[in-house]
Design a protein around this ligand. Structure first.
Ligand code: EPZ
Length: 417
């Protein structure tokens, strides 16, 4: 297994371009199953999760190919309704094929994704909403089995805001008969991006990006060419890194509207952040102020940025209280940060972070995607060397992150395992 070595203490300088958004690319690639022809998606990040998605779509009968950052998905050959455990277990987001399979093939047999390091990650809300559209749902032998004659529009209330739950139903309802109204739908930019592609394909969707979405079902959708939006979490990770290292970094090609909560909080922590079109210039201050934080559904502060923000707070002046309201177990990175000298106390879903003068490099273990990024950020500001192990987590969601940090002057390199 690869590991990444980071020599801390350097201020990041220079500019870096943001890749396409993983969490937009995954549902948009899957939406290719809804069309009888070749879709072309550009600005797709080159990630393990993208490879896993293409492998699953191919297994279902679609034709997929990737050249550089362009991916073609042709759903014409869709003929297999089963997503097996050995593919789904690699990536939870595979559950996104459930809605399209039921919509196109009138049946689906998808392995239950199971939990992961950050939580149980149930899919009860996906299933309840799909049943509202008329699907008969059974759980057997670790699989979801769903079938229907034809999906019919319904009024659906999500008990919790669920990003992929909203995306699954958007894709199912697009081909249902009649009108579907979603209440308490997720407003994340990645949901809006999927809806924009579905509309381009011929779907009739109003209100995407707000909690109330109305979908008028249509008979069929046609293939399109679409560009994946920039990754707001990758951009946020670079903003946090520039602030934490008191650097001076220009992040290019971000969608700044998607980063308002992140920019607001990191400005409160003392960094100077200027927005110029799609570019964000971050000048970190030597004095980092402690700021309290609560993660919330969009447009609140994203849970996927919580670990990175915690690193910024670990050497701030004073103490900050960080509350994780989305996932029940998303403080796994705390144990590793403590080993680097951070002073963090956890009570339930709240962490009290007392700023310390500095962190010290150590061998650490990545446990999930965003925790991996946080450990690299910690290595950038720690004394001496940090060795981040199990970086395959990182490669799921960040394209060549260590190369991008090298471009910004960091002393960082990958050691092939
Ligand atoms: C998406 O996961 C993202 N993944 C996650 O990013 C992100 O952290 C999360 O949304 C929250 O923003 C993708 O888009 C591929 P949820 P998702 O359904 O859709 C509970 C990353 O690092 N819930 O919005 O799985 C759930 O347990 C990943 O890129 C139910 O109880 O998250 C959680 O507490 C990590 N029942 C809350 O809702 C359900 O049926 C929000 O989960 C569904 C969800």
């Amino acid at each position: 297994m690869d590991k990444i070595l980071v020599q801390g203490g350097r201020k990041l300088k220079g500019s870096v371009a943001v890749s396409g958004a993983k969490n937009a690319a995954l549902p948009i690639l899957v939406s290719g199953l809804l069309c009888d022809g070749p879709n072309t998606f550009t600005n797709v990040p080159d990630l393990r999760d993208i490879q896993s998605t293409m492998q699953l779509l191919t297994h279902l009968g679609a034709r997929c190919q990737m050249e550089g950052h362009t991916v073609q998905v042709d759903g014409a050959g869709l003929n297999n309704h089963e997503a097996p455990y050995d593919l789904v277990r690699k990536m939870r987001a595979s559950i996104l094929v459930l809605g399209p399979l039921v919509a196109r093939l009138k049946k689906a047999r998808v392995s239950l994704p199971g939990g992961c390091a950050i939580g149980a990650r149930p899919i009860n809300l996906h299933l309840k909403a799909l049943a509202s559209l008329g699907a008969v749902i059974e759980l057997a032998h670790g699989y979801v089995e769903a079938s229907c004659d034809r999906l019919r529009g319904a009024e659906i209330y999500f008990d919790l805001v669920t990003v992929t739950g909203t995306e699954n139903i958007l894709m199912a309802a697009a081909l249902a008969e009649g009108t579907t109204i979603l209440h308490n739908a997720a407003c994340e930019p990645e949901v809006k991006a999927l809806a924009d592609v579905l509309v381009q394909m011929g779907a009739r969707i109003q209100g995407a990006g707000t909690p109330e979405i109305v979908i008028e079902g249509v008979e069929r959708l046609h293939p399109v060419t679409a560009r994946i939006i920039p990754d707001r979490i990758e951009a946020g990770t670079f903003i946090a890194a520039a602030a934490a290292t008191s650097g001076d970094v220009v992040i290019q090609g971000a969608e700044t509207d998607h980063l308002e909560a992140v920019i607001h909080k990191i400005r409160l922590a003392g960094a100077s952040i200027e927005v110029q079109g799609g570019d964000i210039r971050v000048q970190g201050s030597d004095l980092i102020k402690s700021v309290d934080l609560k993660t919330l559904p969009y447009p609140g502060f994203p849970t996927d940025m919580q670990a990175q923000f915690m690193v910024l707070m670990s050497t701030a002046q004073g103490s900050s209280i960080i509350s994780e309201t989305i996932f029940e177990n998303r403080f796994i990175h705390v144990g590793e940060l403590r080993r680097m000298g951070a002073d963090i106390t956890i009570t339930g879903n709240t962490a009290l972070v007392k700023g310390v003068p500095h962190l010290s490099g150590a061998p650490v273990m990545a446990t999930d995607l965003r925790a991996s990024a946080c450990l690299i950020l910690a290595g950038l500001i720690a004394d001496n060397t940090t060795e981040v192990n199990r970086v395959y987590h990182l490669d799921r969601g960040y394209e060549a992150l260590e190369v991008k940090f090298q471009q910004l002057g960091a002393a960082i390199r990958r050691v092939k395992g």
